[in-house]
Design a binder for this molecule. Structure first.
Ligand SMILES: O=P(O)(O)OC[C@H]1O[C@@H](O)[C@H](O)[C@@H]1O
Length: 510
């Protein structure tokens, strides 16, 4: 079965289909359920009360739920849509229930004016969802209580109607449970406040994995899309004097091009600096444009260097990436400190389990990837405790056409493991896999850190003579829908990134 390795907490983030339609919601909650069935008795009773009063109506009237709210002051609440402010709400009943989440309401009693912005943003998102769909919803998230301890909040929200025709209020219940100290992650010393980790909606799953591996929550940001394709993102909490890490993979796909994602990251780095962040680190699991690292034709651009200059110009203090196309070019393009990570240990552990006692050869699909293949080969030798052979194939690419037939090294009767930094069309991997089989390999396994998978790549790879393709989660891949089926394996590099961020925070880190 295809599993995401190295992410023990991945299953904590469960989303219904409804929530998946709205990726913006993912960064705010651990779980969202559009068919709420609360296990907790208090929330279950509140939901039953709401269902009773709803009967055949679009939504029950506010007056019908008021007695229920007053009877459970520590759990139930009612908010009305604000008349004066769009997409805002006024507390109608239940201040005691919501105070741990939103703090004191301000003078205007608007939700947006409450003391704790994180809590009020979360409630507003749920209220908006309910007002839009006309159906109840439940959600859980982890937050900090007034005493600084971590708590899990479970919320149920259901629609109400003042005039019987439109939904203009919400009824709900909230339950707070302290999280056991052992599960609360590393203690934070007063001298070194925890870093702020930000992820855009498209990166929320990977960002969430990194945050959980560090025992932290992602910091909230608001993303707005404008009709003409422009966008804005702003942090929803103060960043003044803090170390901020922005996790953004810069691959195209899912409706956003690499350019869109790069632009979003650039603006957000600048926004954090404008608003007083002490340092900003661009954490780019996949950093785009690095493939053009030298001039191969007259007047060629050096796009990797230009991206580096843009990131620096926005005020970034550091960059972290994994498996750059050309490590030397990546490191020398930036004047700010760079961290370069790799997943070779994780790849070696996975591969050692699969190859058993077979003789193994690590194959580089081109001369440029020779160092990468050799680094991985050394880790695999260590893992296997026996020598591993090496081989490489010639590759030239001109005007999109790949050529070159030279093949050096022995793969006959051996497991051939082809390792590359990324897969785009899949053409490179398929070509070398076929060459290995033609030279008598007993099986071919592929490894690539970044699964960019352009149109048709997975189908092409699925038809190739390969036993397995091992990738990482730097780029989001729908493994369940992949034509590679059981032959696709994914290893998470979230813990590798979380360890790197932690190193940056160490007193002598840079
Ligand atoms: O052949 P496809 O998958 O399109 O492209 C991937 C190759 O293109 C190179 O720059 C990468 O290093 C890799 O070898």
């Amino acid at each position: 079965m295809t599993r995401l390795k190295g992410d023990a907490h991945a299953c904590e983030v469960t989303m219904t289909v409804l929530a998946q339609l709205d990726p913006g919601l993912k960064q705010f909650f651990n779980r969202i359920d559009s068919a709420p069935t609360p296990r907790d008795e208090v929330l279950a009773t509140l939901l039953e009360d709401w269902k009773d009063k709803r009967a055949d109506l679009i939504a029950p009237p506010i007056a019908a739920l008021e007695p229920v709210a007053h009877a459970s002051p520590q759990a139930a609440f009612i908010f009305r849509r604000a008349k004066t402010a769009e997409r805002d709400y006024v507390l109608h009943a239940g201040a005691e229930a919501v105070r741990p989440l939103i703090g004191e309401e301000g003078d205007t009693r608007l939700l947006s004016d409450a003391a704790f912005p994180r809590g009020s943003v979360r409630l507003r998102m749920l209220f908006e969802f309910v007002c839009r769909t006309g159906e109840p919803i439940s959600a859980t998230f982890t937050t900090h209580g007034a005493d600084g301890g971590r708590i899990v909040a479970e919320i149920v929200v259901a629609p109400l109607s003042g005039d019987g025709r439109s939904i203009d209020a919400v009824f709900g219940g909230v339950l707070l449970r302290p999280v056991a100290a052992a599960a609360a992650g590393p203690a934070k010393s007063a001298a070194a406040p925890a870093p702020l980790l930000f992820s855009f909606a498209r990166d929320i799953e990977f960002g969430g994995r990194v945050a959980r591996a560090m025992g932290l929550e992602l910091s909230l940001l608001e993303e707005r899309e404008f009709e003409d394709g422009e966008h804005k993102a702003r942090p929803l909490e103060s960043v003044r004097g803090r170390d901020a890490f922005v996790i953004a993979s810069l691959n195209g796909g899912g409706g956003h091009s690499a350019n869109d994602r790069l632009c979003r990251l650039l603006f957000f780095i600048a926004t954090l600096k404008t608003n007083g962040a002490k340092s900003v680190t661009a954490v780019t699991p996949y950093l785009c444009y690095l493939r053009k690292d030298r001039q191969t034709k007259s007047r060629d651009p050096l796009t990797g260097r230009y991206v580096a200059e843009l990131i620096e110009a926005m005020g970034a203090d550091r960059v972290i990436t994994i498996e750059a196309h050309n490590v030397a070019a990546y490191q020398s393009s930036f004047r700010i400190p760079t961290l370069h990570l790799d997943a070779y240990d994780a790849f070696a552990r996975h591969t050692a389990e699969k190859v058993g006692s077979a003789e193994v050869t690590v194959v580089s699909p081109d001369l440029g990837g020779g160092k990468r293949a050799d680094s991985f080969r050394e880790r695999l030798e260590k893992q296997l405790g026996r020598p591993v052979g090496k081989a490489f194939m010639e590759k030239q690419r001109s005007a999109g056409v790949v050529s070159g037939d030279l093949f050096a090294g022995d793969v006959k009767d051996r497991v051939a493991i082809i390792i590359d930094d990324l897969i785009s069309s899949g053409g490179t991997m398929v070509r070398v896999a076929e060459a290995c089989m033609a030279r008598g390999a007993r099986e071919v396994r592929l490894i690539a850190t970044h699964a960019l998978f352009s149109q048709g790549a997975e189908e092409r790879l699925a038809r190739a003579p390969i036993a397995e393709l091992l990738i990482t989660d730097t780029v989001q891949v729908d493994a369940a829908a992949s034509p590679l089926g059981e032959r696709l394996a994914i290893v998470s590099v979230a813990e590798i990134f979380s360890a790197a961020i932690t190193r940056c925070q160490a007193p002598s880190g840079s």
